[in-house]
Design a binder for this molecule. Structure first.
Ligand code: SF4
Length: 215
């Protein structure tokens, strides 16, 4: 059920529909996927979900003020990773965990995303972004389960956020949403872009320039 909800939201984003950036457009499916599925499962009211959103927002606020939340700045670890941390902490809170457990859920989730590069094919926030949201939701659900079962993030969440900052700052530009490396520059990634170019689909400026240079 989480997959269905998050894929729907991510697809709407990729087709230029209106979504809520949580914390960004590329990572917009994770919180809806986790929230919609768990609200159905546990029968929470919309008011309870609103408090969950406040918890997610507070976690995102802390991450944004101490590290990155965009792929262009810190790679996908910052974008999808932050969304996973926000969803995990909020879910631990919604399920009755103590604030300390919610924060451990954030740390457990973020640690599993460190180092993830941002490499969307053509910069179109579709491949691999949509399925990364799916795997992200699974991580968030697992992190909340672990924290509620008493698993702690031995490296405190604040320190994990600092590692995200360190890794993001060291990440080469080609792995920060420029579509200049990673999956975007695989033979298949380039072929897809070339086909879209031939169809006249508007591409991101950097990708257009890269295509012109190659031509
Ligand atoms: S690969 Fe980049 S654009 Fe896609 S979800 Fe991750 S950070 Fe966002």
């Amino acid at each position: 059920r989480a997959m269905a909800a998050l894929l729907a939201v991510s697809e709407v984003n990729a087709s230029m529909g209106r979504i809520v950036a949580t914390p960004t457009a590329g990572s917009c499916g994770i919180i809806p996927g986790v929230f919609v599925s768990t609200q159905e499962r546990f029968g929470w009211s919309d008011d309870e979900m609103t408090y969950g959103l406040f918890a997610a927002g507070a976690i995102g606020y802390v991450i944004a003020n101490n590290s990155f939340v965009s792929g262009a700045e810190g790679g996908c670890q910052a974008e999808v990773g932050s969304a996973i941390g926000m969803a995990a902490g909020a879910l631990a809170e919604l399920r009755g965990g103590k604030p300390e457990q919610a924060v451990h859920a954030v740390g457990l989730a973020l640690k599993n995303s460190l180092g993830l590069i941002c490499d969307p094919v053509g910069g179109l926030v579709e491949i691999p972004c949509i399925v990364r949201n799916g795997f992200g939701a699974v991580t968030a659900l697992a992190a909340a389960d672990m924290a509620l079962a008493g698993v702690r993030s031995v490296i405190p969440s604040d320190e994990v956020v600092q590692v995200m900052l360190e890794v993001g700052a060291a990440m080469p530009e080609k792995h920060r949403e420029t579509a200049g490396g990673g999956l975007a520059q695989t033979p298949t990634g380039k072929k897809l872009m070339s086909e879209l170019r031939k169809k006249g689909r508007p591409l991101r400026k950097a990708e257009d320039e890269r295509g012109n240079a190659e031509a």
